[in-house]
Design a protein around this ligand. Sequence first.
Ligand SMILES: NC(=O)c1ccc[n+]([C@@H]2O[C@H](COP(=O)([O-])OP(=O)(O)OC[C@H]3O[C@@H](n4cnc5c(N)ncnc54)[C@H](OP(=O)(O)O)[C@@H]3O)[C@@H](O)[C@H]2O)c1
Length: 300
Amino acid sequence: MQHLQLHENLSVSRIMHGWWRMHEWNLDTRGCLDLIHAVLDTGIDTFDHAACYGGFTNEGAFGRALAADKSLRDKMTIVSKCGISFPNDVLPDMKSKFYDNSAEHIIWSAERSVRELCCGHLDILLLHRPSPFADPAEIAAAFDNLHSRGIVRFFGVSNYMPAKLSMLQSYLAQPLVTNQIEISPLHLQPFEDGSLDFLMEKRIRPTAWSPLAGGALFDAANPQSRRVLNALLKAGEAHNEQRPDTLAYAWLLNHPSGMAAIAGSGNPERIRNAVDAVNIRFSAEEWISVYAASLGHNVP
Ligand SMILES: NC(=O)c1ccc[n+]([C@@H]2O[C@H](COP(=O)([O-])OP(=O)(O)OC[C@H]3O[C@@H](n4cnc5c(N)ncnc54)[C@H](OP(=O)(O)O)[C@@H]3O)[C@@H](O)[C@H]2O)c1
């Protein structure tokens, strides 16, 4: 497995594993442990969480597995996110949907994530979504607090446009180590709206969420998906590779921004398919054939 050096003291596996859908996987603690072992066996060592996943319950389920096998924590890099509030069954004080970027919430959420995950500290804390009401000085104070107390090692953002990331960074003592954004062969916006160009300019590695468009890539009723799958399979011929998910991951990993991608599947075989993508090298012609297929027309 390739690793990306996000900072001199922080590396992440090029394919990460995401636990957003964990509540759909019907896993007890034994099942969680088995999946964690299957993921680690592939060489993936970076696990992506968020406080709000599973209605604020998924971190706790993962944490019960870490508590059951205390040798696991040191083998992992753990990412979590904070800042999305919505009514849910476990936190009755959350009464409405909004983005909370207050210092009080960021500190509370990171402390709760560490407790729920039974992980001692977070390797990376991301602000899950930018709040239009965010006060960057408050965010900076929260980050200083969490960093000085050893609760969070590194910080980043998710779903940020360049101006918001740049503005926030100007207030922070810590470097933002990644921007986790939606990127897939069906979602080309970050290639076109300056998001990836900005991250490349700043030498910040992007992390792609929903790299298979949440499974929509395999929707035979979607003409864009059909075009992209055909183009991926055609490009794969020269590489003796016909697994569409492997080819889609390879297409993302080949982009010069050097992004990481988060596999969202709960199926170990599909997670291994993602990992096998790291050794495939597409030519510019092959890469752009997939891009053009997604657009539905040749590049101008
Ligand atoms: N920062 C953010 O705002 C944000 C937002 C969304 C997600 N994320 C992160 O990104 C991670 C990945 O997102 P995602 O789950 O949407 O990723 P994804 O890989 O694009 O989609 C996963 C879905 O696709 C299905 N799938 C995978 N391979 C398939 C195949 N070969 N054929 C048919 N279906 C297939 C999976 O089903 P199976 O499980 O049955 O394989 C699962 O339902 C999340 O876990 C989370 O950590 C972050």
